[in-house]
Design a binder for this molecule. Sequence first.
Ligand code: C5P
Length: 242
Amino acid sequence: MTAQLNARGDVAVLVPAAGAGLRLGPGGPKALRLLAGEPLLVHAIRRVAAADSVRLIVVAAPAAEVEAVRELLAPVAPVTVVAGGAERQESVSLALAAVPAEIEVVLVHDAARALTPPQLIESVAAAVRQGHPAVIPVLPVVDTIKEVGPGELGPGEPGPGEIVLGTVDRSVLRSVQTPQGFRHEVLAAVHASADGALTDDAGLVEKAGLPVTCVPGSELALKITRPLDLILAEALLHVRSP
Ligand code: C5P
């Protein structure tokens, strides 16, 4: 039942995709949105499977869609598909339960980052292998960031507006991508005691008081969510074949 890729790999990659948005019917679910004629999830899984260290991929799908997602991914790579839960965190926990104890490195990846290059998967895994309990890929923040609070709009423009409270020092800020990588026992421990509130697995590790280490991210690992992202992703596929 456990579909394996490289039997000598030491990495499992979990892809939580069990949000209501994954329903295979009409309605434009994010992970199944088409990019160059194929669902984002397919693009993402193909690149994960191309990373040599990956032994196992576990996708959490909506309970009613497990069989359909299995069929969708069967031609792409050997993938284990499990039923997810009510919250993203529960879906990650259920996917993690399918990972055998001897796999020491577990990555959690977002299907919307469909063009994430295999090299980024390898560099996150390598940093975990070196002994870091949790590793995230990051990029510098390019925009100036302001902190705002409620304020008035200009004269003659009644209604709520916003006023700048301060400018954040962006040199200490980073945008966080996936895959986020963990030592297996660390991810298992923080999930066992999590209360369901966070959307970010590294955040659970932070709350547990353990260090989270940054590695350089990749512009190709952009999160494809808005129409403009899809256009950019299509262009990237044509010029770089990532
Ligand atoms: O809804 P949100 O954008 O936070 O979902 C983030 C990711 O977590 C999506 O890929 C979604 O499919 C997944 N998810 C899940 N199980 C849930 C809810 C969300 O796997 N119950």
